[in-house]
Design a protein around this ligand. Structure first.
Ligand code: NAP
Length: 328
């Protein structure tokens, strides 16, 4: 036997021992919930109260996009509340029932006998059940200057950055609920805000449209962003209307609120069925096409409202518990 061969055998043996050791050390949970927005947090409350050992993992801070909602007037029980405040309340309640680990990004979920192996950037876990509540991320305009001026006048979060633009001219792009709400928020913090929408009518709910009128927020209709220009910070935005006429508008900020994209890649890699827009397909009990895998919240598409996400989180955890207790 030559030295190279012996060395290979030793290295392979050490690797196998390491893999076994790592698996032995894997922390075990009944339920791992991926994503800690309103859906994941509510699933955590329900899972913990059912007696399941539950872990929530989030690549960012608890709350996800929920932290960015400036104000809500349609969450039952609260006439007016900021997303951040409501998340803080729900988080406190969840922590009594489940463990939350922030800044821990799930890299993969792999089906194993009797459960799943969840690998993150920090650890490896075993869980009998997985609940995906991974939400969505901002859709990008994909125009020249967007990437270059991110954080230098280009923002996707009025709640986070709005105050920096007090007394300044800003544009908000989009025609949905987010754009309307953020425009109102920006006006309230003292920005000179103008809404830019690609059509001649808004998608936002009527009550938000009325508020835009009340606040006298001007709208530039039938226009899209062609380019974002500047030097160190943004200085202007080139708009193009439906007749292809271009005009350059001076502005110090541009807030982009043009919808979202589902975070479903890991679910897809696990073999979950997605629809044509990459939302995870679920039945009315939040079950997916894979046994012991459930889904809740915006990543399922449909009505993207907090109250719906919370409801789906509750259903997902209840179905998971039922299926564990009644194996077929
Ligand atoms: P949305 O409803 O999908 O609206 C996106 C808007 O951006 C639409 O007006 C769309 O124009 C426009 N748009 C899309 N791509 C564009 C592009 N490349 N250039 C210019 N404009 C573009 O998204 P959202 O407002 O972020 O809302 C997402 C979901 O969350 C919705 O279901 C909404 O109801 C919900 N939401 C609820 C609340 C609440 O609790 N009250 C608050 C915020 C959001 P078109 O209209 O022409 O398609």
């Amino acid at each position: 036997m030559n030295l190279y061969f012996i060395n290979t055998i030793i290295t392979t043996t050490i690797n196998i021992i390491n893999i076994i050791k790592k698996d032995d050390k894997m922390e075990e949970y009944d339920i791992i919930i991926i994503g800690s927005g309103p859906a994941g947090l509510t699933a955590g409350i329900y899972a913990g109260r059912q007696g399941s050992k539950t872990l929530l993992l989030d690549k960012g801070l608890t709350g996800g996009n929920g932290l960015e909602v400036p104000s809500m007037e349609n969450y039952p029980g609260f006439e007016l509340i900021a997303g951040m405040s409501l998340i803080a309340k729900i988080k406190k309640q969840t922590e009594k029932n489940a463990e939350i680990r922030e800044l821990e990004e799930v890299k993969s979920v792999e089906g194993k006998e009797e459960g799943f192996q969840v690998k993150t950037n920090k650890n490896s876990y075993f869980a009998k059940v997985i609940i995906f509540s991974t939400g969505t991320r901002n859709r990008l305009l994909k125009v020249p200057g967007e990437e270059e001026f991110k954080g230098k006048g280009v923002s996707y979060c009025a709640t986070c950055d709005g105050i920096l633009y007090k007394d300044k001219d800003v544009l908000i792009i989009g025609g949905g609920n987010s754009a309307a709400q953020e425009a109102i928020f920006l006006k309230n913090v003292g920005c000179n805000v103008t809404l830019v929408h690609r059509r001649d009518e808004l998608r936002a709910e009527k009550y938000l449209q009325n508020k835009l009128k009340e606040k006298k927020i001007p709208v530039i209709w039938n226009s899209v962003v062609e380019e974002i220009k500047g030097n160190r910070m943004i200085e202007s935005v080139v708009l193009k209307d439906k007749d292809n006429n271009k005009k350059e508008i001076k502005t110090q900020g541009i807030f982009i609120a043009i919808g979202d994209i589902p975070n479903s890649k890991i679910a897809k890699d696990l073999g979950l069925e997605l629809d044509d827009y990459n939302y995870i397909i679920t039945d009315k009990n939040q079950r997916t096409n894979q046994k012991h895998v459930y889904v809740a919240g915006d990543v399922t598409g449909g009505v993207k409202q907090w109250v719906v996400a919370c409801g789906e989180g509750a259903i997902a955890a209840t179905s998971a518990f039922h299926d564990l207790e009644h194996p077929s």
